[in-house]
Ligand binder design. Structure first.
Ligand code: FAD
Length: 576
C-alpha cells in the first residue's frame, strides 16, 4: 500500500465514544505505543490507544540533536521545593504525543546489567535476566540502534585516556552480555539507518502499520483519561472515562473494554489515574473526597530518579556544540553535514559515558581498586552506582554564551532517596504534585561526594595530563577559586561541606522518573504483581516506567520497552 499520500489515521473522540474494544491502552508513549502495536498484531482483536498529546511528525522532531528535550509536545513540570536542592523546585520534563518521552529523550539505549534483573527477581517475580533477555531482543528487532564513530569533538579520546588511567576499561558495547559494568562506553542510540531519531512512535506505530491495521487498531489523540470504570467486587475494570485534552469542566465519556486495560501513562500520570479512580492510599484519597475503591498505599509512593550534578570544562568552541549558538555558518555547515553525509553535531550529542562504583575507588589514589574488584564483576553489590555522561555543551547552554563548554554530568545511578506522586485536584488536566525528595538519604550524599571527587580527578587528568592539545580549564566546579586556579590534585583537598553545597546548588533531575507503581506485594508497598496486574484487579495492568522496582542503574528507556513487550506477551498468553 502507498502510504505517503494518505494521512496518519487518527480517530476523533466522537468516533470512539460508546465503543467497546478488546483492549484499551492508556497513554501512547514509549511503552504504550509498543503495547498497542504488539496487541494489534492479531487482526482478530480490537485495540484502542488513547493519547493525551497531539499527533506530530515534522522533520525537526526527527533530527536527533534538534529534538532532545524540545518539541511542541514538551510537557515541563516543576517538583515541589526540594530540601536536598537547597529548597529549589527542579524542572521535570516529559513529552505528550504519540511516542511520548522517546520523542525527546537523549536516545541512549542501555539494557542494564544482568545483576539488576537477577536482584529484581529475588522477591519471587520472574524478571531475572533469562526471563527478560528475549524481550530485549524483541525490542532490538523493532527499534534501530546506532553507534557513532565519527565524533565531532576532539575531547573524547582524551577523556577516554583519563578514564582508562583511573582504572576503567574502554568497551564498545554496553549492552553486550559479559560487558564490564564499569568502564568508558560507546552508547547504542535509538537512531535509524537514515540518521533519524527512532522513537516508539516511529518504531512501533509507523504510518504503514497504523494504516494497515486501522480497522482493528484505533489511535485517538488529544484525549485525557480521567478515571477508570471499576467493579471492585469482581476485581475488574470495565472501561475508561475520557474527555478532550485541556477542556475545562469537560463531560466524561465512557469507553468499554471486554478483556483488559493497560495503563501506560508514565511514572507521573499512571499513579494519578489510579488515585483519581479511588485506588491509592486512603488518607490521600480522602483528603480530596475521592471514594476509596482499594486502599493501596504504594500508589504514587517510591518515586525514584537519578539525580544529576554537572561540572564543566572550558575548551575551544570548535570542540563544543555551543559553536552552533555562536555562528550561523556553523549551523549551515552542520545542517549540510547531517543532510548530505549523515553526520555532524545534529546527529551526535550524547555518545559516550563512564560508569563506575564509588565503593571500588581507593580513597587515597582515587583510582579503581585492584585486584579485589574487577569491572567485569556481575554481583549486585558491584553494579555501577555512578555515571558520567559526557555532554559537549554547558548546562544550561544559555548560561555561558560564546564559551566552548563540555559538561561531565554526574548521574547517581542507585539513589536511595524516594519521593511521591499525589493528586492535588480532581481535574485530570492538572498535574499531580511531584515530590522527588532528591538527596534526602545521607547515603546518597556520601556517594555524591565520592563520585564528584572522582569526576574532578578525571577532569584534572584531562586538563593537565591527557595530552589534549588545546587550551582547557575546569570551569564550573565546587568551591570558589576560579577555573584557572584549579590545579592538579585539588580533587583531594575539596571539603565535604564544599561538595555538599555544590550539590544543593546544582543538582537537577535526569528525567528518569520510575517506580511510582512499582512491582512488589501490596504489603511491601507495591502496586502490581509479577504479571503487571494491579493488586486486586484481574484485568488492569500497568506497563511503563512506573512499575520498575527501583530506578535501574542505567538509562531506563530500554527497560521500559522490555516491560511493554512482556506485558503484551502476558496478555496474549492469557487470552489465546
Ligand atoms: C529530556 C529527556 C532525556 C532522556 N534521555 C534518556 C535517554 O537518553 N535514555 C533513556 O533510557 N531514558 C531517557 N529518558 C527517560 C525515558 O525517555 C523515559 O524513562 C521513558 O521514555 C518513559 O516511558 P513511559 O512509557 O513510561 O512514559 P512516556 O513515554 O512519557 O509516555 C506516557 C504517555 O502517556 C500519555 N498520558 C499521560 N497521561 C495521560 C492521560 N491521563 N490520558 C491519556 N494519555 C496520557 C502522555 O502524553 C505520554 O505520551 C529521558 C527523558 C527526558 C525527558
Amino acid at each position: 500500500m502507498w502510504t505517503y499520500s494518505t494521512k496518519y489515521p487518527i480517530r476523533r473522540l466522537e468516533e470512539i465514544i460508546g465503543q467497546t474494544y478488546d483492549y484499551i491502552v492508556v497513554g501512547g508513549g514509549t511503552a504504550g505505543s509498543a503495547v498497542a502495536s504488539r496487541l494489534s498484531e492479531d487482526p482478530g482483536t480490537t485495540v484502542l490507544l488513547l493519547e493525551r498529546g497531539s499527533y506530530c511528525d515534522n522533520f525537526k522532531s526527527k533530527i536527533p540533536l534538534a529534538s532532545i528535550a524540545s518539541g511542541s509536545y514538551a510537557a515541563p513540570r516543576m517538583s515541589t521545593p526540594e530540601p536536598g536542592a537547597g529548597g529549589r523546585s527542579v524542572e521535570i520534563l516529559s513529552a505528550e504525543t504519540l511516542g511520548g518521552t522517546s520523542r525527546m529523550n537523549g536516545m541512549i539505549y542501555t539494557r542494564g546489567a544482568r545483576a539488576y534483573y537477577d536482584r529484581w527477581s529475588q522477591n519471587g517475580e520472574e524478571w531475572s535476566w533469562v526471563n527478560v533477555e528475549p524481550s530485549f531482543k524483541s525490542v532490538e528487532r523493532t527499534v534501530s540502534l546506532h553507534q557513532t564513530s565519527n565524533l565531532e569533538s576532539d575531547v573524547y579520546p582524551f577523556l577516554e585516556w583519563s578514564a582508562n588511567k583511573l582504572g576503567l576499561p574502554s568497551e564498545n558495547n554496553f549492552n553486550k552480555p559479559g560487558s564490564p559494568t564499569a568502564g568508558y562506553f560507546n552508547f547504542d542510540l535509538t537512531i535509524d539507518p537514515k540518521g533519524y531519531r527512532q522513537s516508539a512512535f516511529h518504531a512501533y506505530l509507523p504510518k504503514a502499520i497504523a494504516i494497515q491495521r486501522q480497522t482493528s487498531l484505533h489511535i485517538c489523540t488529544d484525549v485525557v483519561v480521567s478515571r477508570l470504570d471499576l467493579d471492585p467486587l469482581c476485581g475488574l475494570v470495565r472501561g475508561v472515562f475520557v474527555h478532550p485534552s485541556g477542556a475545562s469542566n469537560p463531560k466524561p465519556h465512557l469507553i468499554s473494554a471486554k478483556r483488559e486495560i493497560v495503563l501506560a501513562a508514565g511514572a507521573i500520570c499512571s499513579p494519578q489515574i489510579l488515585q483519581l479512580s479511588g485506588i491509592g492510599s486512603r488518607p490521600t484519597l480522602k483528603s480530596l473526597g475521592i471514594p476509596v475503591v482499594r486502599d493501596l498505599r504504594g500508589v504514587g509512593s517510591h518515586l525514584s530518579d537519578h539525580p544529576l550534578i554537572p561540572i564543566s570544562i572550558e575548551v575551544p568552541i570548535e570542540d563544543s556544540i555551543q559553536q552552533l549558538q555562536d555562528s550561523f555558518w556553523q549551523i549551515i555547515k552542520h545542517a549540510l553535514l547531517y543532510l548530505v553525509a549523515g553526520r555532524g553535531w545534529l546527529k551526535s550529542a550524547l555518545d559516550r559515558g563512564i560508569f563506575f562504583n564509588t565503593s571500588h575507588l581507593n580513597q587515597e589514589t582515587g583510582i579503581l581498586r585492584e585486584p579485589e574488584v574487577t569491572p567485569y564483576s556481575n554481583k549486585a553489590e558491584d553494579l555501577a552506582n555512578a555515571e558520567i555522561i559526557i555532554l559537549p555543551i554547558g548546562t544550561p547552554p544559555t548560561k555561558s554564551p560564546g564559551k566552548g563548554l563540555v559538561s561531565l554530568q554526574l548521574c547517581l545511578l542507585q539513589p536511595r532517596s524516594t519521593g511521591s506522586i499525589q493528586v492535588k485536584s480532581l481535574d485530570a488536566n492538572e498535574s499531580p504534585q511531584v515530590k522527588l525528595n532528591m538527596m534526602s538519604d545521607p547515603e546518597d550524599r556520601e556517594v555524591a561526594r565520592k563520585a564528584l571527587r572522582f569526576t574532578l580527578h578525571l577532569a584534572e587528568l584531562f586538563v593537565h595530563r591527557s595530552g589534549y592539545p588545546k587550551a582547557s580549564r575546569i570551569f564550573h566546579h565546587p568551591g570558589n577559586r576560579n577555573g584557572d586556579g584549579w590545579n592538579e590534585n585539588d580533587w583531594r583537598s575539596v571539603s565535604d561541606a564544599c561538595l555538599d553545597e555544590y550539590v544543593q546548588k546544582n543538582v537537577v533531575s535526569s528525567f528518569h522518573l520510575t517506580s511510582s507503581c512499582r512491582m512488589a506485594s501490596a504489603e511491601e508497598g507495591g502496586v502490581v504483581d509479577g504479571q503487571l496486574r494491579v493488586h486486586g484487579f484481574k484485568n488492569l495492568r500497568i506497563a511503563d516506567a512506573s512499575v520498575l522496582p527501583g530506578v535501574p542503574p542505567a538509562h531506563p528507556m530500554a527497560a521500559v520497552y522490555m516491560v511493554a513487550e512482556r506485558c503484551a506477551d502476558f496478555i496474549k498468553k492469557m487470552w489465546s
